[in-house]
Design a binder for this molecule. Structure first.
Ligand SMILES: CC(C)(COP(=O)(O)OP(=O)(O)OC[C@H]1O[C@@H](n2cnc3c(N)ncnc32)[C@H](O)[C@@H]1OP(=O)(O)O)[C@@H](O)C(=O)NCCC(=O)NCCS
Length: 169
């Protein structure tokens, strides 16, 4: 593996879309992605790369030129929520368990810690995603609220949605 972690470039747009399609298929019961509703659009993806805010952090993990992991942290720009940033992460199954997710989360924690606005990092995780919950706990995230049966899975069963958070200041 030739791993690189960096900010996305315009030329990564197609590979980012392919990554999103792949992880959506690989994780039918643990990920909610926009792709489940709508075909991804290249132009839209390019605009997303162009318009990353100064308090946001989007990183891609690449094996060569291929995107195999993404972390996406958005700062909440609303005045009363200006101390909050939320992130989501995905690493392709083939590359899981090699520390890539940990590297991506560490980058986000470091960025948020150094950022003048962000005080609290939050995320949501499905209650059935024990592996991810364990990983977040390792980084000091704590479960803060559980929305019961908030997620309806493809087989019509339900799982909880857990809000986890970590204060970085
Ligand atoms: C969760 C995820 C980002 C972790 O990335 P990763 O590169 O595998 O993470 P790392 O290699 O740094 O850390 C692995 C740790 O994550 C945890 N973990 C995450 N997913 C796991 C899984 N499916 N099975 C077992 N452990 C898992 C374990 O605690 C593991 O620690 P261990 O190796 O000591 O057992 C990745 O597995 C993934 O994208 N999964 C599918 C999408 C998803 O669930 N995203 C999070 C939605 S909230």
């Amino acid at each position: 593996m030739n791993l690189e972690i960096r900010k996305p470039k315009i030329e990564d747009a197609e590979s980012i879309i392919e990554h999103k399609i792949k992880v959506t298929k690989e994780n039918p019961d643990t990920l909610a992605t926009a792709i489940e509703n709508q075909e991804p659009d290249l132009e839209d993806q390019i605009n997303k790369i162009k318009n990353i805010g100064e308090n946001d952090l989007k990183l891609v993990a690449l094996d060569g030129d291929t995107v195999i992991g993404i972390i996406n942290m958005f700062h909440d720009k609303r005045h009363k929520f200006r101390h909050i940033a939320q992130f989501g992460i995905s690493v392709q199954h083939k590359y899981a368990g090699h520390g890539i997710g940990s590297k991506l989360i560490q980058e986000v924690v470091d960025f948020a810690t150094e950022n003048d606005n962000i005080e609290k990092l939050i995320l949501t995780v499905f209650g059935n995603n024990d592996g991810a919950i364990k990983l977040y706990e390792r980084f000091g995230f704590e479960s803060e609220a559980t929305l019961k049966d908030q997620v309806k899975l493809n087989n019509d069963s339900y799982t909880d949605l857990i809000y986890m958070s970590k204060w970085v200041k």
